[in-house]
Design a protein around this ligand. Structure first.
Ligand code: HAM
Length: 528
């Protein structure tokens, strides 16, 4: 690197990566309140918290969410998680265009390096440090066969015919397990349910989670690449419609407690994957879609083959008149699914929960069956779904477990916060309870003691680290939004009478040290 480039690099200002952001105070206080309310409300419904890893095998999401879904096929952040240090980085270097250029057009040294790297990879595979897949085994066998023809002298002209072979091998071999940042957590919860043998616990098992998810979507208001979900899953037990309704009841109770108003609940049933139910409907839908193909945009045209149900999700204005005329799944549900859906609606009504039916609510993940639901909230613009969920009875089985019922939801926490803020519910108390304005050595010792006692009693206290004139200290207390300033000079300490100033009114009172804490505690009680 030249000096100039190095200097430029040093001056580079870092910014959060596109689609990610810092959550800062005072807003984080609102995030904490929203999360605390989730802990409290979900506990009253008997849910326990699960914290699962934020990266998992790519295959887990491909299998659970579906490899044809946008989430898996376009939006996942994936990487190879190798057991051997530096192998992946070295491979990136060897496959870089500069290096490839040298290998194919340059001298012999680069090719010899590449051969030595490939030989190391083979060694690592043989030691069991690389994924022992049939694909890797075939690649290594083929490579060794071809390489056995290389002359031991490894002179450039001898290696020439093998450049392509070397390059292809290095490019194709799996150096580690394909791993993904989780785009959602339902798959992880099901994986954990199986991994920890939770089938043997009293069923159903009710779990909730709060944490970041990752999807490479086009960022906009309410849509981020790292976003947060508050989700809950019920696994095992029965598929009684009362469970579906109780999950939704918990959700609406939560929204109510957190202060979200104007949320609308949409529900649907997408049946199950049998010929006399969804599968039959999808066939019918496909043939109807084929008839209107020319009137659809490229995304919907592609989905006719890959995921026809998702066409119903389209927001493209020009497609709406055609989609509205398509056959509706409710008319094709089998008797069992029809009865289940009717019972879910009855159960919602029993709980006094208002809902709207939306026959086009199919959701963007493949694991759903029967009940699906979504909740929209005001103030969010086009990304107005604040929560999505549904039943996924086949998922645990799909992941290698026994037949297991499942239902759950995930709230988009970023969107919930936005909607609360837009609705004027986002204000959070800022500032300190007490700012300690001290001057003098003796006063500082008393100030440290006062800060400790006040903090132990739950007050937020600002204790300036260096002495400042009282005027400046009081200005600082104002700027920080403190309620009180405790004024401590050496005189106050000598007299044993401390001065407390109420910053809003300017009123000053003197207290003996022990009475001060009692006074503040009383004031706190009165104001709460
Ligand atoms: P989902 O509909 O993909 O479902 O996501 C749930 C919610 O997460 C959405 O309604 C939205 O509020 C929020 N969300 C999704 N993507 C983004 C993004 N890029 N930026 C901000 N917020 C976003 C699931 O994830 C399922 N796992 C839900 C579930 C749980 N179903 C059953 N159990």
């Amino acid at each position: 690197m030249s000096d100039a480039t190095a200097k430029k690099e040093q001056r580079r200002k870092f910014q959060a990566i596109r689609g990610t952001r810092d959550l800062l105070p005072p807003e984080t206080a609102l995030w904490n309140r929203v999360e605390q309310t989730a802990h409290e409300v979900f506990a009253t419904f008997g849910y326990g918290e699960i914290r699962s890893p934020i990266f998992e095998p790519t295959e887990l999401f491909a299998r659970a969410v579906g490899s044809d879904t946008d989430i898996v096929s376009k939006e996942m952040y994936t990487f190879e998680s190798s057991e051997v240090p530096n192998l992946v980085e070295l491979r990136t270097y060897y496959l870089s265009s500069d290096y490839a250029e040298d290998v194919f057009h340059g001298g012999s040294e680069d090719t010899v390096d590449l051969l030595s790297f490939a030989t190391n990879v083979v060694g690592a595979f043989k030691k069991g440090a690389l994924p022992q897949t049939s694909e890797n085994l075939a690649l290594v066998d083929d490579f060794l066969k071809k390489v056995s023809q290389i002359d031991a002298t490894q002179r450039a002209d001898v290696l020439k015919p093998f450049r392509e072979v070397l390059h292809n091998f290095v490019r194709s071999v799996h150096l580690g397990d394909p791993t993904a940042l989780r785009p959602e957590a339902t798959a992880s919860v099901c994986r954990a349910y199986l991994e920890h043998g939770m089938q043997s616990l009293p069923q159903p098992v009710k779990l909730y989670y709060i944490g970041p998810m990752f999807r490479r979507e086009r960022p906009q208001k309410g849509r981020y690449r790292q976003f947060y979900q508050i989700g809950a899953e019920v696994l095992g037990g029965t598929d009684a419609p009362a469970i579906d309704a109780e999950v939704i009841e918990m959700l609406m109770t939560y929204f109510d407690k957190v202060g979200l108003h104007g949320a609308t609940l949409y529900i649907n049933s997408i049946g199950h994957n049998a010929e006399n139910c969804r599968r039959g409907y999808v066939e019918k839908l496909k043939s109807e879609l084929a008839k209107i193909k020319d009137n659809l945009g490229p995304d919907s045209q592609r989905r006719i083959d890959t995921n026809p149900l998702r066409v119903l999700d389209s927001k493209l204005e020009s497609e709406q008149p055609y989609i509205e005329k398509l056959p509706r799944i409710a008319d094709h549900l089998c008797d069992e699914c029809k009865a289940h859906y009717a019972a879910v609606k009855r159960q919602l009504e029993l709980r006094g929960l208002l809902y709207q039916e939306n026959w086009r609510l199919v959701r963007g993940l493949d694991y759903y069956m029967r009940t699906t639901f979504e909740i929209t909230a005001p103030g969010l613009g086009s990304q107005n779904a604040v929560c999505g969920g549904g039943r996924y009875d086949g998922l645990v089985e799909l992941l290698g477990g026994p037949p297991t019922k499942g239902i759950g939801f995930a709230i988009g926490e970023d969107r919930l916060i936005l909607s609360l803020q837009e609705g004027g519910k986002g204000a959070v108390e800022q500032g300190r309870d007490v700012y300690i304005a001290w001057m003098g050595e003796h006063a500082y010792a008393a100030a440290i003691r006062a800060a400790k006692d006040l903090r132990n009693a739950g007050f937020s206290v600002e204790l300036p680290p260096v002495e400042q004139k009282f005027g400046k200290a009081l200005g600082q207390a104002d700027k920080l939004g403190a309620k009180y300033a405790l004024i401590l000079g050496d005189n106050e300490v000598a007299e044993g009478l401390w001065t407390l100033k109420t910053l809003l009114t300017g009123e000053q009172q003197k207290f003996p040290e022990p009475d001060l804490l009692e006074f503040l505690c009383q004031q706190k009680k009165v104001s709460s």
